[in-house]
Design a binder for this molecule. Sequence first.
Ligand SMILES: [Zn+2]
Ligand SMILES: [Zn+2]
Length: 320
Amino acid sequence: MHCFTWIRAAAASVMLASAGAISIPPATAGEPTKGDYFHTGAGAWYLERAKGDIVTIPLRGNINVLMGSGANIVVLSGSEGKFLVDAGIKPSQDKLQGALGKIGPSPLKYVVNTHWHWDHTEGNEWMRAAGATIVAQRHTLNHLSETTHVDDWNWTFAPVPAGARPTIIVDDEMEFTFAGESIKVEHFGPGHTDGDVWVYFQKADVVALGDTFWNGSFPFIDNEDGGSVNSAIDWANKAIKRTTDKTILVPGHGPVGNRAQLIEFRDMLVTVRDKVGALKSQGKSLEDIIAVKPTAAFDDRWGRFVIDSKFFTKLVYDGL
Ligand SMILES: [Zn+2]
Ligand SMILES: [Zn+2]
């Protein structure tokens, strides 16, 4: 809870700050404009946050979470090396190396990308150079290999360098035995994007959900790349079925959580989907729907991170 309060405070302060000295990844075409991902969007928030320290939170077994470099990063550590879920962002390379070194001296061996988004994959390049093999779902490899424009972020992402792309490709599922753990990487179909995977550490009963779970905030949904509110709900339902009250659930964003919090997240998605869907089917425009504030009951609690109520309403509307 303490950590979540901090995240909220930082989110509020970044609205007043610029991305500062940290360089913004190049777009492939045109000039960045006011209102894009790296100036006023989530990217700006992650760049600002990356100026601060990495926070390491021990979970169970040899598993830790690192927070502060884009999305949450899960680290399983053993004498044979480290197995990571998500790669964070480039500006925090030194800080991440420091945090990983404190967990233990063994080298990076595997990094699973839960999906293609920048805040989960920009660290791929240095991690691969440090010896890691990158694992991802096939659609994630495709997005990282081509130019991808995201209207909702007003940004065009260039293909990542060949050396930063996944080389172990998951279609539906893959199992790893590593550092005494059995690790299941599974794709349940489209969710937040078309290439989401979850990573389940079976012995420790810890699961990393990537951006199919935002603990306590409205999520981004990548409608242009295979996600939608309905597929996000489907994913949450599958994750609820496959976990128990004892499972530790690591979201892509927000504090480490539990199944009850995932159920709250699912219920929020369903309520907003039903409201926006009913109005859209009556022929109401997005502007009209935003005006009646279909997320009002959730705004105080869920609307304080990088996706505000209007943006979330648009994301839900566009996906229906
Ligand atoms: Zn993310
Ligand atoms: Zn994402």
